[in-house]
Design a protein around this ligand. Structure first.
Ligand SMILES: NC(=O)c1ccc[n+]([C@@H]2O[C@H](COP(=O)([O-])OP(=O)(O)OC[C@H]3O[C@@H](n4cnc5c(N)ncnc54)[C@H](OP(=O)(O)O)[C@@H]3O)[C@@H](O)[C@H]2O)c1
Length: 330
């Protein structure tokens, strides 16, 4: 199997594998799983196999668990810290008892509290890429990014990122401190960034784009055929896109993807991922098993012809997925 290529992310000198590994599904949320039952040993083996295959970018966040995911990732990379670009996020509030409030908090004091917690849970002295997970509508972005920039000065963080912000916020943040990466949902299901100015702004400012949920939270794999394929505690049951009529409308889109994949002799997940990578962005597919990881790494070597790209884009145009990407408030 080929080793993944490395690419610059942003304009400040950070280099990452073109495909990272999303670790969110390796632990649960209070009261449920993210994408079905996770097994810690297989998750850690998946991270180790990823490093062997040249994946350098590992993506986590303080809210995954909360904290369990950072602890698991920290455990997996102990003794291998130099091989890894560790990316984590803060900004959905976790209170002092460790409970997730789902409020957004971008206050400078909370920035500092969060980084200290993440460093402790990851078992590291520095975070390579520190993202604001969501904008706090009550705090000017300049204040939040100003506080984040002090973490860079102190050596606790190497590079800064933002997640799911509009183009104007990205520009304002970049004035305060160079932003290295913007992480936003991007898949054949979610092509909004192509039209809302976000992708264009990131390119203009030299900010690296990291596409998350490139497999449409697994739905683009074609392996989910009825709502009952989700475990009873699977978080996708709460997402409008995978509920009721929306589920079946979206399944019809996936069937089109399956037809193109079959003709090419690859899996739908591989084709969906190759399409995101073909947009010239970094993608962080999530998996908690080595088998999928290996298929996903192999997908980075696929070359899509202009005709194949056009066929996929016509089959799943911007805005074609039925139902909101998120439950209200997230
Ligand atoms: N910034 C944000 O707000 C935000 C939001 C969501 C996610 N993220 C980050 O982005 C990462 C990736 O997104 P995601 O995990 O939500 O969604 P995703 O990568 O689109 O899909 C993950 C799902 O696809 C399945 N899968 C993976 N590879 C597969 C393959 N080759 N064939 C069939 N199924 C496959 C996984 O199964 P298994 O779980 O069984 O392996 C999992 O259920 C997350 O892990 C997280 O780090 C960030």
């Amino acid at each position: 199997m080929s080793i993944l290529n490395k690419v610059p992310l942003g304009s400040q000198g950070l280099e990452v594998s073109i495909e990272g590994l999303g670790c969110m599904g390796m632990t649960g949320f209070p009261g449920g799983s993210v994408y079905g039952q996770a097994d810690a040993a297989e998750s850690i083996a998946t991270i180790h196999r990823a490093l062997e295959l040249g994946v350098t970018l590992l993506d986590t966040a303080d809210i995954y668990g909360p904290f369990d995911n950072e602890r698991l990732v920290g455990q997996a990379v102990a003794g291998k810290r130099g091989q890894v670009i560790l990316a984590t996020k803060f900004g959905f509030e976790i209170d002092d008892q460790g409970a997730l409030t789902w409020q957004r908090n971008g206050q400078p004091a909370y920035v500092r509290k969060s980084v200290e917690r993440s460093l402790r849970h990851l078992g590291t002295e520095y975070i390579d890429l520190y993202y604001l997970h969501r904008l706090d509508p009550n705090i000017p972005i300049e204040e939040t990014v100003g506080a984040m920039s002090r973490l860079v000065e102190e050596g606790k963080v190497r590079y800064l990122g933002l997640s799911e912000v509009p183009a104007d916020i990205l520009r304002r943040a970049h004035h305060v401190h160079p932003i290295t990466a913007l992480q936003t949902e991007y898949s054949l299901f979610d092509r909004g960034v192509e039209e809302n100015g976000v992708l264009e702004a990131a390119r203009e400012l030299g900010i690296g784009f990291v596409g998350y949920s490139p497999l449409g939270r697994g739905f683009l794999s074609g392996e989910i055929k009825t709502p009952d394929d989700f475990a009873a505690d699977d978080s996708r049951r709460n997402f409008p896109r995978y509920q009721g009529e929306n589920f079946y409308k979206n399944l019809a889109l996936v069937e089109k993807l399956q037809a193109v994949a079959q003709a090419k002799g690859v899996t739908p997940a591989q084709l969906a991922l190759a399409w995101v990578l073909a947009q010239g962005v970094v993608a962080i597919p999530g998996t908690k098993r080595r088998q999928y990881l290996e298929q996903n790494v192999a997908a980075a070597s696929l070359v899509l012809s202009p005709a194949e790209r056009a066929e996929l884009e016509a089959a799943m145009p911007v805005g074609s997925a039925a139902g909101a990407a998120y439950p209200a408030g997230l």
